[in-house]
Write a protein that binds this ligand. Structure first.
Ligand SMILES: Cc1ncc(COP(=O)(O)O)c(C=O)c1O
Length: 371
């Protein structure tokens, strides 16, 4: 699905030098590369504070801790996402409230958010799924009206631009009080291990986020809060500092591959190509088709015979996951998500896809669906 080896080989000199510099310095934790990457990322995003941490899951958990959310508080999120989004809500003893998504963008449906708000609702966690932003105009309006926090899960959309209805733009993850991202290797900005970051423009919140990621420590060995240990290590920061320079180029390569797929499947009666939400650019973390009446397992098996990988993101809606079964929800409650889980398929998507590979992938799919 991704080709990290070719991507590394194209920037090997810079990456190897950056890693060696950290090893030479032996400043493995909180070394200068962490502060340098943080500054570069703040400039790239146009945000006041970037707080590096150990992974995207921690970024979400730390955000909820720093906001002071308490057991019993309800947090509204999408039924169609990677489990981490809901996991941290449950781990903190908060109550996940799940809502359905828009069938075109796969992102959380603002009308469904509004219907799910109760007196206990404290926060909304929209996920910018597969690389394009959720409807942040509507979500921020709802949050303002009901006095709720918004934490953007931008783990899949780093670098995407949100275009507000008034024409102004902001980077994904910098629109709400807090944004979170993951630097998992296969992410659009991936390191060579685990990594993550939190974004905010709020000085006080930034202070609290830095306290929470560092054992709740305000003054060395004085712990005023219960925190966690969540650090981005210096080697990962050095790698990310190099790769950040290529992020926009990587996004345009992903868009080029997506355009090839779009054209190959244009107006196909059984393949629905990704719908572009006009309020967001797309950074194509995933290129996901919705199948109509196609035997998905058969298609994946057919692609396997041609050495073409394909993945299902995600096969099970949040409310149907065994660990998250809840008497509040049953099968049929979130029909859009349930339909997507049964019919989506994601194709190889990365920065090194060449025309020969794209031709093999698209012709193999068309061969199966046109049978
Ligand atoms: C939408 C979403 N949220 C959260 C995460 C968690 O990130 P991480 O794997 O770095 O913990 C991921 C990625 O894995 C993700 O795709």
């Amino acid at each position: 699905m991704v080709d990290l080896k070719s991507q590394y080989e194209n920037i090997k000199g810079e990456i190897d030098a950056a890693i060696h510099e950290v090893i030479d310095s032996t400043a493995f934790i909180n070394g200068p590369s962490v502060q340098q990457f943080q500054k570069d990322m703040e400039a790239y995003l146009g945000v006041k504070h970037v707080i590096p941490c150990a992974n995207g899951t921690d970024a979400l958990q730390v955000s909820m801790m720093a906001l002071g959310l308490k057991p019993g508080d309800e947090v509204i999120t999408t039924s169609f996402t990677f489990i981490a989004t809901a996991e941290v809500i449950a781990l903190l003893g908060l109550t996940p409230v799940v809502v359905d998504v828009d069938p075109d963008t796969f992102n959380i449906d603002p009308l469904a958010i509004e219907r799910a708000i109760t007196s206990r609702t404290k926060a909304i966690v929209p996920v910018h799924l597969f690389g394009q932003c959720a409807d942040m105009d509507a979500i921020m309006d709802i949050a303002k009206k009901h006095n709720l926090y918004v934490i953007e899960d931008a783990c899949q959309a780093i670098g995407a631009d949100y275009i507000f209805k008034d024409g102004t733009t902001k980077k994904a993850g910098t629109i709400a009080q807090i944004g979170c991202t993951s630097f998992f290797p296969s992410k659009n900005l991936g390191c060579y291990g685990d990594g993550g970051a939190i974004f905010t423009n709020d000085d006080e919140l930034a202070k609290q986020l830095r306290v929470v990621v560092n054992h709740g420590m305000t003054v060395r060995y004085y712990h005023d809060y219960i925190g966690v240990n969540s650090r981005l290590d210096s080697i990962q920061a050095a790698i990310l500092k190099v790769k950040l320079q290529y992020l926009d180029d990587y996004a345009s390569k992903r868009n080029k591959a997506a355009a090839y797929y779009d054209k190959a499947f244009e107006n196909h009666p059984t393949l629905k190509t990704p719908v572009h939400f006009p309020q967001s650019t797309h950074v194509f973390h995933q290129y996901t088709l919705v199948l109509d009446g196609v035997d998905r397992a058969g298609l994946i098996a057919h692609l396997g015979t041609k050495n073409v990988p394909a993945m299902i993101y995600y096969p099970v809606p949040l409310h149907m996951q065994k660990a998250y079964l809840d008497p509040r929800y049953k099968e049929g409650d979130f029909p859009v998500t349930e339909h997507l889980c049964k019919n989506v398929i994601s194709l190889p998507m990365h920065t090194e896809l060449d025309e020969e590979q794209l031709e093999l992938i698209t012709s193999s799919i068309l061969e199966f669906v046109n049978r």
